[in-house]
Design a protein around this ligand. Structure first.
Ligand SMILES: [Zn+2]
Ligand SMILES: [Zn+2]
Length: 324
């Protein structure tokens, strides 16, 4: 199984400006002023030595994650603007297919890519929205009504189905088993776990973890237990999450590390970045989280680094692929 990130930015798309890109190009060129490159591959090798913030960005599209599990039918989480880049990756005229979209919740950043999802306009395709909010269909339709959007939902010629379930229901797509957990977020959100052949990817965006997270029987510890990949909302700094943005429904990279460590999750991917932070700000929070990971494992009486979790901590960016 693979987790492919198509949209990692929280709240609204936040692409780099021309000035941002120019600064990055300038910084890389100046840094390389004494180097001599024999071929373009040597340039790539040099770029790989730079921090991601100096050659890329963490903030572009809003939430969309693909679960690639070798199934005939596509599996996606959320329909933020990353959904459009996913559909572009399918090529010009993809063969008719079924697309399952698991919806965490209906905030705009999680559905705003759907009006631009080309497969929805093609007859022969089937799109199944899975989720727990009774208003999924109404909300998906409403965002395409005038004056907000020029093309009505009815112009979509795919067979579009809304599979609305009660909390506690699980799903199966091919040999992938999908469980869900209700999360703390304004208007509620759900996280999803995708399991296949003993491997597991968990998608848990837009989820706040309050003081109850410290309790031994906190349900998320069980839900995340031994996950191979855990995609976790780390939008704010720990100070913001605990103070001015408390009850806004998001978490922070330090809490992400602590919950992932207690759950023995192997690869933590911090997701849903704050659009107001620069790429360098996001990397600074990441370095703080990496340092915290070591001391927190020692606090858990894990003296041997071989027993430290998570084994790997990444920052989500559009195009990141986590394989297991
Ligand atoms: Zn969101
Ligand atoms: Zn939200």
């Amino acid at each position: 199984m693979k987790a492919i990130i198509w949209g990692s930015c929280g709240s609204l798309p936040s692409p780099s400006t021309s000035a941002d890109i120019r600064e990055k190009v300038k910084g890389a060129l100046w840094d390389a002023r004494d180097k001599k490159f024999e071929n373009p591959e040597a340039v790539d090798r040099y770029l790989d030595t730079l921090p991601h913030s100096a050659r890329g960005t963490y903030r572009a599209n809003t939430s969309c994650l693909q679960i690639e599990a070798g199934t005939r039918e596509y599996i996606l989480c959320d329909a933020g603007t990353g959904l459009r880049d996913f559909s572009l990756s399918l090529g010009k005229d993809p063969t008719p297919a079924t697309y399952h979209i698991f919806i965490s919740h209906l905030h705009w950043d999680h559905i705003q890519g759907f009006p631009f999802f080309a497969p929805a306009y093609k007859p022969g395709n089937r799109i199944v929205f899975h989720g727990f909010h009774p208003s999924i269909e109404q909300t998906i339709r409403q965002q395409m009504e005038p004056p907000c959007f020029p093309v009505p939902f009815e112009a979509m010629q795919a067979d579009i189905v809304f599979d609305i379930q009660e909390d506690g229901t699980s799903f199966d797509i091919g040999d992938v088993h999908i469980a869900a957990i209700k999360q703390q977020h304004p208007g509620d959100s759900w996280g999803y776990s995708f399991a296949q052949n003993g491997k597991r990817i968990v998608y848990s965006s837009d989820s706040e973890h309050g003081p109850e997270a410290k309790e031994a029987d906190y349900p998320f510890i069980k839900f995340f237990l031994d996950a191979d990949v855990l995609v976790f909302d780390g939008q704010y700094s720990i100070e913001e999450a605990a103070n001015e943005k408390k009850h806004w429904g998001h978490s922070d990279p330090i809490t992400a590390v602590e919950i992932a460590a207690r759950s023995r999750a192997k690869h933590l991917i911090v997701f849903h970045h704050e659009p107001a932070y620069s790429d360098a700000d996001i990397e600074a929070l990441h370095h703080e989280a990496l340092r915290h990971c070591k001391t927190y494992n020692q606090d858990l009486s894990r003296e041997d680094p071989a027993d430290h979790f998570p084994k790997k901590i990444s920052l989500a960016y559009d195009g990141l692929i986590a394989e297991m």
